[in-house]
Ligand binder design. Structure first.
Ligand SMILES: [Cu+2]
Length: 315
């Protein structure tokens, strides 16, 4: 069900969005109505039974209760609560039960980016590409702390934990790009843990899957490395203009000496670069925190070679 932009919520882009919104607006408008009735009652009754009048008559009202009124204000809210419960439970079940024909994507969260593994062995970072009109199951886990996968336009949000899987699913109803955010405070750069869902047509998705594997063939290692530097999120921690960020700048470092935490110095060469990418904990550059994630299993040899070629090309 499509929804257009509404007063309080961003435009919806998934099958569930319309249902979540309907329930949300029911609760909002019911609350506004009840607030209005109560406010009116308070004002009206406090004017009607204000003190001077009571003083004149020498007494307040002798009425101690009103059975019909009391039943009304117990039963009507009880019915509203039951409606919201049954309605909410229904929508919740729809959000929790993954359709059988769903395509599965493995989501890995780590400080501070998202990576996605597709059924065909393709991997992307900070961009989830999905076909329009097909249910997508997300099997999620974290490599470090608790994160939370949040796509406002799809109305889905699910915690992502280390050492166990959590599940959620969606079916996109509109071609476009949608924000992914981390909704669980996870450290320094939590607010920068942003990614996109790109919804494309079924045909475009197939083309994308096919082209994903041939990227490496068509371009030089340096260009491929430059692309990987972006798509694998290296740029979120490393600058290439000589300024340090979370990690050291990576330009002009080859051949230089690098002081390590604890164990002296090394000369930066291909082996050191390779080790830094695949086993960042093996030697930590002095003056930095050991926060670089391992890329073991996320990069094949060709990709590691390309990244090294790119780093060597940076002056
Ligand atoms: Cu996070």
């Amino acid at each position: 069900m499509d929804t257009t932009e509404t007063l309080l919520l961003p435009p919806g882009g998934s099958t569930i969005a319309g249902e979540v919104d309907a329930l949300f607006y029911f609760i909002v408008y019911a609350s506004i109505a009840i607030f209005g009735i109560v406010l009116f009652g308070i004002i009206y009754l406090s004017i009607k039974y204000r003190t001077e009048k009571a003083a004149v008559e020498g007494t307040t009202s002798g009425v101690s209760h009103n059975t019909r009124l009391e039943l009304a204000w117990s039963i009507i809210p009880a019915i509203l609560v039951i409606i919201v419960f049954i309605w909410g439970f229904n929508v919740y079940m729809k959000m929790s039960i993954v359709p059988k024909d769903a395509m599965e994507v493995k989501v890995t969260a780590q400080k501070w980016f998202w990576s996605f593994d597709y059924p065909d062995g393709i991997n992307t970072v900070n961009e989830l590409v999905v076909p329009l009109g097909k249910p997508v199951k997300l099997l999620m886990s974290s490599r470090d702390v608790i994160h939370s996968f949040f796509v406002p336009a799809f109305r889905i949000k699910m915690d992502v934990l280390p050492n166990r899987y959590t599940l959620t699913w969606f079916e996109a109803t509109k071609i476009g790009r949608y924000d992914i955010m981390c909704a669980e405070f996870c450290g320094d750069r939590h607010s920068e843990m942003l990614a996109k869902v790109r919804v494309v047509s079924e045909r475009e998705y197939k083309e994308w899957l096919e082209s994903g594997t041939e990227t490496a063939e068509d371009i030089t290692p340096v260009d491929y490395g430059r692309a990987l530097f972006r798509t694998k999120a290296c740029y979120t921690c490393h600058n290439v203009d000589g300024t340090s960020a979370v990690g050291p700048a990576l330009n002009g470092i080859v051949g230089k000496r690098r002081a390590l935490v604890g164990e002296g110095e090394v000369t930066i060469d291909e082996n050191y670069l390779r080790e830094s990418i695949l086993e960042p904990r093996a030697s930590i550059a002095a003056g930095y925190q050991p926060v670089m994630p391992t890329y073991q299993g996320m990069l094949n040899d060709k990709q590691v070679d390309a990244l090294i070629a790119y780093i060597k090309s940076l002056k």
